[in-house]
Design a protein around this ligand. Structure first.
Ligand code: FAD
Ligand code: 2HG
Ligand code: ZN
Length: 466
């Protein structure tokens, strides 16, 4: 290992190979402290060639690599094992925006560029990069690609995989695949770009990407609504589309206990409603688009049909930000209740009410006093069905119930034809669970891909496939 470390130092510079406890500890655990490992070292290359050199040297030494971007992931994907045998490869120094092509509608960026920086660079040329996550100030493009991130604009623009045109990838043996194409059409064989998206660093290291830019949407109309039920939230989707068509960008759900958390944390509740379910709706369009009128007409029809009980429409950018915060701050606010057992499930949108009703009963039976904090991307059929401890149960004792409680949530989701990871990926935390809900054929195919592209098994082992 001493030889490897000194070869790495020669390749990327002494100060960019970290081994001291104080230096490596920020890379050794996730942001919640839910996953913790022990890196052999942390390598911080600054270019594609340096990434290739690190990977080649590790490959020659038979040492595994764990890529890490902003370390905002939810499932432990960027965290090494605890045995001190794996190198964390941080992409944080690959920070260049290589080019912006407003006319062609593309931007080419390196993997370590923070998502918010891509949004800003797009806005500077009057374009939109639509991926939008609560973590956008710290997550990176490489991490967004590796997890196929979702967020609050998927309804209109799709997940990260629909925003990527081309990739540059360092392969497990250190070779570089230059697939940085900006073509909208390219039917020349297997789609390797899509294969690397959502692979969570298990097939190679993304070093750069060509991303799609969309027209800017300066006209925005935003509402916070009180709802009679989850079924109403599902029925609202086709109604909103009827009035807003593709301008409907966001349709998010927040349950009463989740709203109470952010209000307790200091946010203002715009509706004095005793409803159990709430939602955030946003329409967006080009300058001069009639989004305000469309939203008002849609909400009028929704109230008439009994799908919405009450609504507050943002009258200023500050009010809009206030409504968004009611949704975006829930994840962080739940941490105040102690450790969270997280679930990121999706079902067909028409089955959401059944899922919520079933789980309400079965989880309370399994652990009386358990507090579900439910919110998520209802327009995508995706709920964060997160669990907090009963008030009289210690955090550690609660976490000991994780497997049993998650099995209840995942079984109910699978019974409705759903997915146990809608947008966060599998990492190490959900890899085994996911395999249990897939057919043998599907797991075999995934293993065949892994074995073909990473025959030595050195790319983020134990993630995605346990
Ligand atoms: P990391 O956490 O560093 O890594 C994630 C995975 O990608 C790991 O497996 C890692 O090995 C791999 N990886 C990282 N970089 C590369 C690379 N260059 N090449 C290959 N593999 C790589 N996610 C959503 O989908 N939707 C949301 O709405 C959402 N909201 C969030 C809100 C908050 C407050 C937080 C904290 C997180 C949220 N997330 C959300 C989760 C997270 O931000 C995303 O998964 C994000 O895409 C991870 O990016 P990252 O750069 O932090 O990746
Ligand atoms: C969100 O939609 C994120 O807010 C985070 O995906 C969800 O913290 C979570 O469980
Ligand atoms: Zn989410």
């Amino acid at each position: 290992m001493t030889d490897l470390l000194s070869a790495l130092r020669d390749a990327i510079g002494d100060e960019h190979v970290l081994t001291e406890e104080a230096d490596i500890s920020p890379y050794a655990a996730d942001w919640r402290g839910a996953y913790r490992g022990t890196p052999l070292a942390v390598a911080r290359p600054s270019s594609t060639n340096e990434v290739a050199a690190v990977v080649r040297l590790a490959h020659e030494a038979g040492v595994a690599i764990v890529p890490q971007g902003g370390n905002t992931g939810m499932c432990g994907g960027a965290i090494p094992s605890g045995d001190g045998s794996q190198i964390v490869l941080s992409l944080g120094r690959l920070r260049a925006i290589r080019s912006v092509d407003a006319a062609g509608g593309t931007i080419t960026v390196e993997a370590g560029v923070v998502l918010a920086e891509v949004q800003t660079a797009a806005a500077a040329v009057d374009r939109l990069f639509p991926l939008s996550l609560g973590s956008e100030g710290s997550c990176t493009v490489g991490g967004n690609i590796a997890t196929n991130a979702g967020g609050t604009a998927v309804l209109r623009y799709g997940m990260m995989r629909s925003l990527v045109l081309g990739l540059e990838v360092v392969l497990p043996d250190g070779r570089v695949w230059d697939g940085l194409r900006s073509l909208r059409k390219d039917n020349t064989g297997y789609d390797l770009t899509q294969l690397y998206i959502g692979a969570e660093g298990t097939l190679g290291i993304v070093t750069a990407a060509v991303l799609t830019l969309h027209p800017a949407t300066p006209a925005r109309a935003t509402a916070w609504v009180a709802l009679p039920s989850v079924a109403a939230a599902a029925s609202l989707l086709p109604l909103l589309r009827e009035y807003a068509a593709e301008r409907l960008t966001t349709w998010e759900l927040v349950a009463r206990p989740a709203l109470d958390l952010v209000v307790d944390a200091g946010l203002q509740d715009p509706l004095a409603s005793d409803a159990e379910w709430f939602g955030l709706i946003e329409l967006a369009g080009p300058f001069g688009a009639s989004v305000d009128d469309d939203l008002e007409r849609a909400l009028g029809a929704a109230v008439e049909q009994g799908l919405v009980l009450d609504a507050a429409i943002a009258g200023s950018p500050a009010q809009r930000a206030g409504l968004w915060a009611l949704r975006e701050r829930v994840s962080e606010a739940q941490e105040s209740l102690g450790p969270t057992i997280k679930h990121d499930v999706s079902v067909p949108i028409t089955s959401l009410d059944e899922l919520v009703a079933d789980l309400g009963v079965s989880l309370a039976d399994a652990l009386p006093g358990i507090r579900p904090i439910i919110y998520g991307h209802v327009g995508d059929g995706n709920l964060h069905y997160n669990l907090s401890r009963p008030v009289d149960l210690d955090g550690a004792d609660f976490v000991a119930h994780t497997d049993a409680l998650s099995k209840i949530v995942h079984d109910a989701t699978a019974a409705l034809g759903g997915s146990i990871s809608a947008e966060h990926g599998l990492g190490s935390g959900k890899a085994a669970a996911a395999a249990a809900y897939k057919s043998e054929v599907e797991v075999d195919l995934m293993r065949a891909v892994k074995d073909a592209l990473d025959p030595a098994g050195l790319m983020n082992p134990g993630k995605v496939l346990s």
